[in-house]
Design a protein around this ligand. Structure first.
Ligand SMILES: Cc1cc2nc3c(=O)[nH]c(=O)nc-3n(C[C@H](O)[C@H](O)[C@H](O)COP(=O)(O)OP(=O)(O)OC[C@H]3O[C@@H](n4cnc5c(N)ncnc54)[C@H](O)[C@@H]3O)c2cc1C
Length: 580
């Protein structure tokens, strides 16, 4: 499927929402000059369009395959990976001290969006490696960093994340993999991990697995878990005792090998501890927080690709006369219902992108020691992960609808976007778990200061909107959304019954996503007044108004649902739910 990188759109979101000029003024991100970011977006956009996108359907049809412990990627993938390495893309957002280019995470995220839109299954490999780099940079000893970080930063080696086991999914604390100390300071790892993304493949010489396991006599639950670096090839070049024993057959992302990994079948699996004993969850959270923002980004990327694809079709397909418009058939984009669909896809995509870029910039600020940045990143991460991935699925589904029957059959690729998108609400902590994190931890952090500050910023934008002749039309919609978001936040924060709070978690997360999305589009509309491209600016204004009028009203309905409590959820006994 063809893909064009939306570089103007991305650059605008980086400037207005991520405050790229403000980031570039910080010493850590001084490399992010305006010209540099433009050049990066243009070049990465070319790589995405000409190298990644042509392989998207190939990967979907061919799948990654396993034979005798060797995983072979679909044709063209290993060569494409070599081009990614050659271009130096793996080190884009890595600090210079670790051999990277020292650019903000927000810029790396914009590049990753392009690669993911073009080929989500492939770009997952890069995403996992970036998370591994971040975890090792933050927690590994200088010796481990010297041995492994530089090859991950060049992209010569790739990284994986190993949490899940057959009986430990959402409940990571239930994991059973074990680590026994060796006399030389290394550890012997034993256990089975399932669903390991890019756990084995033929595109890189070595694979660096980050594995959670329990040390002897460690306490039960998450406190007893430590993190280990387990390479596929040991430092002396020998093969470590780690094998891929199975590949999953799955709904989408067929080119991404989802592996069952056996560690230590022969008692010879060597690993090294990353960080402190018992500190595994803390270290892994560094990787997971990075990955959660990036999984949210997958929602944005798929939504962008599906929207481009559907728009292209809607501008060509001729079918039916216009409602009340005579007998002459028209292109389907002229029908109001199709236009509604396209506008919904476009505005949801832009809103989700703005949210994820804001989140990424907050992570960048947090890395400089900015406490408010950390608070915002903490609050936004579950919302980005869940809301943006739900939007990925929703927009991809709308894309199938625009294609009609041609969307349901596999020929056009609209169905692939839908199938690929569906994993993102599941992995990296399901969206349900993210919603629990939002109401259970993030809402009450620092006495609720972070959500109060955020809604304060929404209200400040209302005053700016009120002074613009056209954009003041957004005010009542955004005001109502902010009021509902505030009422619901206070209700959840002040409520004691855990079942009631848990019952409201998902509608609350969604209403926060919509409110923040509507706010960020309004901010873009205001900023577009000084954009040199009049057509782009006009579209920004209309998109913000469309979102406010057509999508923000959902916030009140979600607020009502979030505050109803759990009593009806449990009123029918389990047996009563079964077939009557
Ligand atoms: C294609 C793919 C790639 C993956 N890649 C990786 C990887 O690279 N590394 C890795 O470690 N793992 C990976 N995973 C695993 C993934 O992260 C887990 O599947 C996910 O965390 C959910 O765990 P589970 O499948 O055991 O579901 P379960 O935990 O059994 O959850 C089932 C349902 O119950 C809900 N649920 C569970 N607990 C609660 C609760 N406390 N409150 C409310 N609802 C709850 C969940 O939301 C979900 O809807 C991958 C999975 C897939 C399918």
């Amino acid at each position: 499927m063809p893909y064009t990188a939306p570089t103007t759109e991305q650059r605008f979101a980086l400037d207005v929402i991520a405050d790229l000029p403000g980031l570039a003024a910080l010493p850590q991100y001084a490399n992010a000059s305006s010209d540099m970011v433009d050049a990066i977006l243009a070049e990465a956009g070319k790589l995405a369009a000409t190298v990644f996108a042509p392989l998207n359907m190939v990967g979907d049809r061919t799948h990654a395959r396993l034979a005798d412990g060797v995983v072979t990627l679909p044709p063209g993938f290993a060569e494409a990976y070599a081009k990614y390495v050659e271009g130096g893309w793996a080190g884009l957002g890595v600090a210079e001290v670790h051999g990277g280019q020292g650019l903000p995470f927000a810029v790396a995220v914009a590049v990753q969006e392009q690669l993911t839109s073009a080929n989500m299954a492939f770009a997952l490999c890069m995403m996992l490696s970036q998370g591994a780099i971040e975890a090792l940079a933050a927690h590994a000893s200088p010796e481990l960093q010297a041995r492994y970080l530089s090859k991950l930063v060049t992209g010569e080696w790739t990284g994986t994340m190993n949490l899940t086991e057959p009986t430990a999914g959402s409940d990571v604390g239930a994991l059973k993999s074990r680590a026994e100390p060796n006399a030389d300071g290394s550890w012997r790892i034993e256990g089975t991990k399932i669903y390991i993304t890019w756990g084995e493949h033929d595109a890189a010489e070595n694979i660096v697995h980050l594995v959670l396991a329990r040390t002897p006599n460690s306490p039960a639950g998450t406190k007893g878990i430590s993190l280990f670096l387990v390479p596929k090839l040991l430092p002396d070049g020998r093969r470590n005792d780690v094998t891929c024993i199975g590949l999953e057959h799955k709904l989408g992302i067929h080119a991404s090998p989802t592996c069952t990994m056996r560690f230590g079948d022969n008692g010879q699996c060597i690993g090294w501890m990353v960080g402190n004993e018992g500190g595994g969850m803390r270290a892994m959270f560094t990787m997971m927080n990075n990955a959660r923002v990036q999984v949210g980004l997958q929602g944005v990327a798929i939504a962008e690709a599906a929207t481009q694809h559907a728009l292209d079709y809607a501008r060509q397909r001729v079918q039916s006369a216009k409602f009340g418009g005579g007998r002459e058939p028209v292109r389907i984009i002229e029908h109001a219902d199709v236009r509604r669909t396209i506008m919904t896809m476009k505005s949801l995509t832009e809103a989700a992108r703005a949210l994820v870029y804001l989140n990424a910039a907050a992570v960048d600020r947090a890395h400089t020691g900015d406490k408010a940045g950390q608070g915002l990143a903490d609050l936004l991460t579950p919302i980005s992960k869940s809301w943006a991935t739900d939007i990925g699925v929703e927009v991809a589904s709308l894309g199938v609808q625009v294609f009609g029957g041609m969307g349901y059959v596999e020929e056009t690729g609209a169905a692939q976007y839908f199938r690929d998108a569906r994993i993102a609400p599941i992995y990296e902590g399901t969206n349900g778990i993210q919603a629990m994190d939002l109401v259970g931890r993030k809402l009450s952090m620092d006495g609720g200061q972070h959500w109060k500050d955020l809604l304060g910023e929404v209200r400040a934008t209302l005053s700016d909107l009120a002074e613009d002749e056209e954009l003041k039309l957004i005010v009542p919609w955004l005001q109502d959304a902010a009021d509902s978001a505030q009422t619901t936040s206070l209700w959840l924060a002040g409520h004691n019954n855990p079942d009631d709070i848990a019952a409201g978690a998902t509608p609350y997360l969604r209403l926060m996503g919509l409110t923040i999305g509507g706010w960020l589009l309004a901010k873009q509309a205001l900023a577009s007044r000084s954009h040199p491209d009049a057509q782009f600016a006009a579209a920004k204004r209309t998109t913000a108004r469309f979102f406010a009028e057509q999508l923000l009203p959902q916030v009140q309905a979600l607020a009502a649902s979030a505050m109803r409590g759990a009593s009806l959820f449990y009123a029918i006994p389990e047996e009563g739910l079964a077939v009557a």
